[in-house]
Design a protein around this ligand. Structure first.
Ligand code: MN
Length: 239
């Protein structure tokens, strides 16, 4: 049994008229989805994906095949809705999250460019790899991480929910460590704050809710050019 606390916050930011990020937060299942496809489809896509995935909260700890199946179901549902309604055609969403799976391990889940980080022992580590055009350039050695933040194609996602053929999710398993903190967030956070800034906030915040509130507040203060969504999880004890 993993005993954890969590906090969450979201903000539309300073430029966008609506918040197309969606999230689900419960002990053992924390998910962020960043919708794409213009208004209102992006909002619909992220909400649909979260609605589909949130049913997993009834099945904790989650069996891996069930997790994979529900991700495929969410993809099918987005495609089906897109076929029925021309305003929703082509809609999609990222999905990033942290879930407790069988044997009380963490599953770190990613499709797209939302992210999961881990903070422990003073170190911030990005656990997910973006599925994005700029990440491919970074991987090829053609772009460094700083230049990636300003690249004109920085919003181009190479894997998302709502596509045919269906996206293959990255699912990485890890053993829990007491005291570790996780951050699940949309790119509206990471495009505004540096890793050092994020690490400092995760270090200093008294509890996960305060950390989430402060991260979102600072991202909006730094420009708020996109919707910002943050979930912070802290593992307090095991047993
Ligand atoms: Mn975004």
């Amino acid at each position: 049994m993993l005993n954890m606390r969590h906090g969450s916050a979201t903000d539309v930011g300073r430029l966008r008229s609506e918040n197309q990020d969606s999230m689900y937060v419960a002990a053992g299942l924390c998910l962020v989805a960043d919708g794409m496809g213009g208004q209102p489809a992006g909002d619909v896509a992220s909400k649909l994906a979260i609605a589909e995935l949130s049913g997993l909260a009834e099945q904790l700890p989650i069996a891996l095949p069930a997790l994979e199946a529900v991700i495929q179901r969410a993809n099918d549902r987005l495609l089906a809705e897109g076929r029925q309604d021309p305003h929703r055609r082509g809609m999609g969403t990222t999905l990033a999250g942290l879930a407790v799976v069988e044997d009380d391990r963490w599953a770190v889940i990613n499709i797209g460019d939302s992210r999961v980080y881990r903070y422990a022992d003073g170190q911030l580590a990005q656990l997910t790899v973006d599925h994005s055009a700029v990440q491919q350039l970074v991987d090829a050695g053609l772009l460094d991480a700083r230049a990636a933040l300003r690249h004109p194609r920085r919003n181009v996602v190479t894997r998302s929910l709502g596509t045919e053929p269906p996206p293959v999710p990255d699912i990485a398993l890890r053993d829990p460590v007491v005291g570790e903190r996780f951050l699940v967030c949309s790119d509206g956070l990471t495009n505004e704050l540096s890793d050092a800034g994020i690490a400092a906030l995760l270090e200093e915040a008294a509890d996960p809710q305060q950390a989430a509130d402060q991260l979102v507040e600072q991202a909006v203060a730094a420009g708020g050019r996109d919707n910002v969504t943050v979930i912070v999880v802290q593992l307090d004890s095991i047993g």
